[in-house]
Structures are given as C-alpha cells and as structure tokens.
Design a protein around this ligand. Structure first.
Ligand SMILES: N[C@@H](CCC(=O)N[C@@H](CS)C(=O)NCC(=O)O)C(=O)O
Length: 213
C-alpha cells in the first residue's frame, strides 16, 4: 500500500509530518482532511484515529497518529543517526526541546496568540485576555531562545525530528503581526530553516483560509 498522509496542508501538525517525509526522501499521497474539508469525524476516519484529528499516517502496514510519534518513527525507520539519535545522551537533549515545544510553546503561542488573532474579524477588538497571553508568550519565547543551536540545527549540520516539531510553529510565529520578544538566536535559526526547500514547501504555507472573515 502507498504511504498515505491524512490531513489538510494548513495544519501545523500535518506540516511536521509532510516536512519529515520530504526530508527523508519518502514519497506519499496526501488527502485533504479536517478544517473546511471535514471528513475527520466520520466513523471511517475515527477508526484510523479515535481523536478525530489530523495527521494520520498510513505507512508500512501501520496506522499512526500524533505528529511527534510519527516523526520519530520515520526517523528510526528511515533516518540517519542524526534524525533521531540512538545514543540516549544525544537523544535526550533533542527530545527535551521537542517535547517542551508541544507542552509549553504551542499552548502559549497557538492558544494564547495565534488563534485569538486569526479568529478575530477585521476591525473587531482582540479578546481581553490577549495582552496577558502575549506577555506570557514573551516569557516562553525567552526560554526557547536559551535552547537555540548557535549554528545549524538541532540535528547539527542537518535537520532532525526536533527541528520539524520546533521549526514548524516558527513560520506562523514570525509571520503573524504581533509584538514579539527580542530573540536573535531564534530568529537566526528560523532564517536558516527558511532556506530549506522542504520547509518552504510544506511549512511556509499561506494560512489566510483560517482567518475569520
Ligand atoms: N497532538 C496532535 C494534535 C493533532 C491536532 O490537534 N490536529 C488538528 C490540526 S493541527 C486537528 O486535527 N484539528 C481538527 C481539524 O483540523 O479539523 C499531533 O501532534 O498530531
């Protein structure tokens, strides 16, 4: 069976997986599921992922969900040592930041800032909670700044699974119009990511379709 990625191209978590597949040179088909496309609450889709969320990846006879777990599988199965290091002492520092992004940065950015801006119709005021959320995000971004590689990527000279999980959110973080913390290392890391063709193709995707009209 062909490798099949279920999920719309505007989903950050789908982008993580699409970017990983492309970096690893794996061919696949993608089905538009979720968001305006729907299709993720049907019994057929919930048989693939009972959460009704994208991405789902069908590969090697497996049905996988959770973008981080999928990306680690791809690294372990198809990547080199850098993609998901076997040495626990090399792996843990990389995993640490990837897990932290999901548990700490994503709620602060997507929940606190991105979705409130995107869901507010033009000319309408942002929710009262926005200022506090933006201030909190500045603190979180300052923590992320301390984890940035001085040059290259979390995978060293090349990207690894943590770059995908961390880097994907940075396109919207830097593209969106709001008052960000001063984070020169994070900005330089993001600028390096934008030079990768697979990042430009899968992550730097217009998200105007998500905006409230
Ligand atoms: N922890 C999951 C989160 C999956 C998730 O929240 N997916 C969102 C899109 S980014 C979704 O399916 N939302 C419903 C929709 O798109 O209709 C992962 O990393 O894969």
């Amino acid at each position: 069976m062909n490798t099949l990625l279920h999920g719309r191209a505007t989903s950050s978590n789908v982008q993580i997986v699409a970017w990983a597949l492309t970096e690893l040179g794996l061919s696949y088909e993608r089905l538009d599921v979720g968001g305006a496309f729907g299709g993720n609450t049907t019994p057929e889709f919930k048989a693939l992922n009972p959460n009704g969320l994208v991405p789902v990846l069908e590969i090697d006879g497996l049905t996988l969900w959770e973008s981080g777990a999928i990306t680690r599988y791809l690294g372990a199965r198809y990547g080199d040592e850098a993609f998901w290091p076997a040495d626990p002492a090399v792996r843990a520092p990389v995993d640490k930041w990837a897990e932290w992004i999901k548990t700490t940065f994503v709620p602060a950015f997507l929940g606190g800032v991105f979705w409130p801006i995107i869901s507010t119709k033009p000319g309408q005021p942002l929710p009262d909670s926005f200022a506090a959320a933006a201030a909190k995000l500045k603190q979180v971004a300052a923590i992320l700044e301390t984890g940035m590689p001085e040059d290259g990527f979390f995978g060293g000279d090349t990207v690894c699974w943590a770059d995908m999980v961390i880097g994907t959110y940075l396109f919207r973080y830097f593209d969106l119009d709001f008052d960000r913390a001063e984070t020169p290392k994070l900005r330089a890391y993001y600028d390096r990511l934008t030079g990768r063709p697979a990042y430009a193709e899968h992550v730097m995707v217009n998200y105007d379709s998500l905006r409230a009209k």
